[in-house]
Design a protein around this ligand. Structure first.
Ligand code: AGP
Length: 607
């Protein structure tokens, strides 16, 4: 997720407006930043790797002439953070500049075609194909706007783009496909931005562009057309009632709630193809004598769930190990025949990197799954894949957890295919379910959110909570417990439900609330036995069930339903969502700030 911004102002000083607006989009990405303006018949560019303030200190982003310009704050998806990969990207003759948020999925073939026509590329990004495509179209006789339209029609994937050219210096052309883009209609200027906060202090009049819209902004007017048939359309101007601070959270009270609600989108992004890298990783996993899944915290819970996925889909045994225990627990067992799959949202967690270092020193193969391109984990991994979740501002991991699970499920399916462990029909069935998961999560949030706000008030005085699941739901219960502990500071336990009778059940009494994770999988029958055990000892029972599971509803004091049939190996993705909301609303009910839980950091870069 990156932030783009464009400004067509009646007076000079576009660069300063762009710089200040990018600062308000920094939550969307911050590994590099750049601006381009038009003045005196040419394009002026300043860009570099680094946070906005760092780059401004070195380059003075305000010091660019002109009244028309665009800017970008980056969250790398293709090409590590660097000056050359920072946006804007230009054509061969520096006459066209583009900023882009999204992923161009067919950029490799477009790049090869353009290189074959003599275009010289400077960066490793997918975005850079756009200015060169426009340049090629202009060379073939199209006007600038026609050339943009023809280029956009060739792009597959997602984009929100803003484009300027020294050939027609009075305008910006911007367009959207799957990535958000909003116009700001000011008295003195027109704006286009990835999100409302960018221009809210300048104007509260917004026009939300829709799928396939192209907008042409000029000094005193704008028009919106449909890319498909180029028909001009009118879009309503909305007056935004948010404060700038609220706008950054898109109206949500906290980033954590915004990110919980973002999961349908982040899950769709997690499904975007990473063919080459996934195939390579599947080969390394298949060939290894032993496979260790290494991570901390929530990412460890993703590894635990993944160990069930690899086993059930690919018949591949894998060993999830908490990173801080790796050297002590399996350090001597790791060797040249081992493969380590390290999972880390930040790619910078010290314990995880230490485990990776230990494994590398013993000649093991290291694979990575992370959310941050250019992070240390991407540099020390032989091969890595990305969660494609965009920045997660809330300290508690939510959308990054479910994205990790979805990427790991795709990887497990790929290993299963490689090992010939699944039939063609089974592959098609699971791939269909993978695609349905974002909608299941969307429905589950919608149906449960209000109910959870009520339930939290009913149980907020429980002495402590126990989260129980069996099979892959053990990972879900551990994650639900962690969420409740880390943001609501509520004492909670989680262990495989089968372990209850080996000791923990002695804890159970009427002041305790037990939360059961009960998908309709092979563990459901035995989980019902566990529910009876806990009920018999007076505990309150909350069950997370598949829609319509009447039998468990009857046994529970309260229940939360997952809306849709989810295969066992994918169940944590959907079943964790009610637990995320439960933890969030419990924190709010107790008066805490879920975005900044005490004693915690977003990335634990110390051991
Ligand atoms: C999760 O809510 C916590 N913020 C924490 O457990 C986190 O998952 C852990 O520190 C690992 O972080 P990483 O994924 O960036 O390596």
């Amino acid at each position: 997720m990156c932030g783009i911004f464009g400004c067509v102002s009646k007076a000079d000083g576009a660069a300063k407006i762009i710089h200040e607006s990018l600062k308000r989009l920094e939550y969307r990405g911050y590994d590099s930043v750049g601006e381009a303006t038009i003045f005196d018949g040419r394009i002026h560019v300043k860009k570099d790797q680094g946070k906005i303030d760092e780059v401004h200190k070195v380059h003075n982003l305000d010091d660019l002439p002109g009244s028309v310009g665009i800017g970008h704050t980056r969250w790398a998806t293709h090409g590590a953070p660097s000056r050359v990969n920072a946006h804007p990207h230009l054509d061969c003759e520096d006459k066209i500049a583009v900023v882009h948020n999204g992923i161009i999925e067919n950029f490799s073939e477009l790049k090869a075609e353009l290189e074959g026509l003599g275009h010289i590329f400077k960066s490793k990004t997918d975005t850079e194909v756009i200015p060169h495509l426009i340049e090629e179209n202009i060379k073939r006789g199209s006007s600038f706007i026609e050339a943009v339209r023809e280029a956009l029609k060739r792009l597959e994937g997602s984009y929100a783009v803003a484009i300027i050219t020294s050939l027609e210096p009075d305008k910006i052309v911007c367009a959207r496909k799957e990535s958000p883009l909003i116009l700001g209609v000011g008295e003195k200027a027109l704006y286009c931005a990835s999100d409302i906060p960018a221009f809210l202090p300048l104007t509260n009049k917004a026009v939300i562009l829709e799928e396939g819209d192209v907008a042409i902004l000029q000094h005193d007017r704008y028009e919106i057309r449909r890319l498909e048939d180029w028909k001009q359309i009118a879009r309503e101007i909305q007056v935004i009632a948010w404060t700038p601070e609220m706008a950054e959270k898109q109206g949500y009270p906290h980033f954590m709630l915004k990110e919980i609600h973002e999961q349908p989108l982040s899950l769709r992004n997690a499904l975007r193809p990473q063919e080459l890298y996934m195939d390579l990783m599947a080969t390394f996993l298949d060939r290894a004598k032993n496979v260790f899944l290494v991570a901390c915290g929530t990412s460890y819970h993703a590894c635990l769930a993944a160990s069930y996925m690899f086993s059930k889909l690919a018949y591949l045994p894998t060993y999830p190990i908490i990173a801080s225990e790796f050297a002590e627990h399996v350090g001597m067992a790791v060797n040249i025949d081992s493969t380590i799959l390290a999972v880390s949202q930040s790619g910078e967690t010290a314990d995880t990197l230490a485990a990776v270092e230990h494994a590398r020193n013993r000649a093991a193969t290291v694979l990575g799954l992370t959310n941050v391109v250019g992070s240390t984990l991407t540099r020390v991994s032989r091969v890595y894949v990305l969660q494609q979740s965009g920045p997660e501002i809330g300290v508690a991991a939510t959308k990054t957890f479910t994205a990790q699970l979805l990427v790991l499920a795709q990887l497990a399916l790929r290993v299963a295919k490689l090992r010939g462990k699944v039939s063609h029909q089974e592959v098609k069935a699971i791939e269909k379910k993978l695609k349905e998961i974002p909608d299941v999560v969307e429905r589950t949030i919608k149906v449960n959110e209000e109910k959870i706000r009520q339930i939290v008030r009913k149980y907020k005085d429980s002495r402590f909570f126990v989260f129980l699941g069996r099979g892959i739901s053990t990972a879900t219960s551990l994650e639900g417990r962690l969420k409740l502990m880390e943001i609501a500071y509520v004492p909670a336990f989680a262990f495989p439900a089968g372990e209850s009778k080996h000791g923990p059940i002695s804890l159970i009494e009427p002041s305790v609330t037990v939360i059961f994770i009960c998908p309709r999988d092979r563990t459901r029958k035995t989980i019902i036995g566990n529910i009876m055990e806990m009920k018999a000892r007076g505990a309150s029972i909350i069950s997370v069930i598949e829609e319509g599971d009447e039998e468990i509803k009857q046994l529970s004091d309260d229940y939360l339903e997952v809306l849709g049939e989810v295969p066992e190996v994918l169940s944590p993705i959907a079943f964790v969502v009610p637990l995320q909301l439960f933890a969030y609303y419990m924190a709010v009910e107790k008066g805490y700030n879920p975005d900044m839980p005490r004693n915690l950091a977003k990335s634990v870069t110390v051991k």
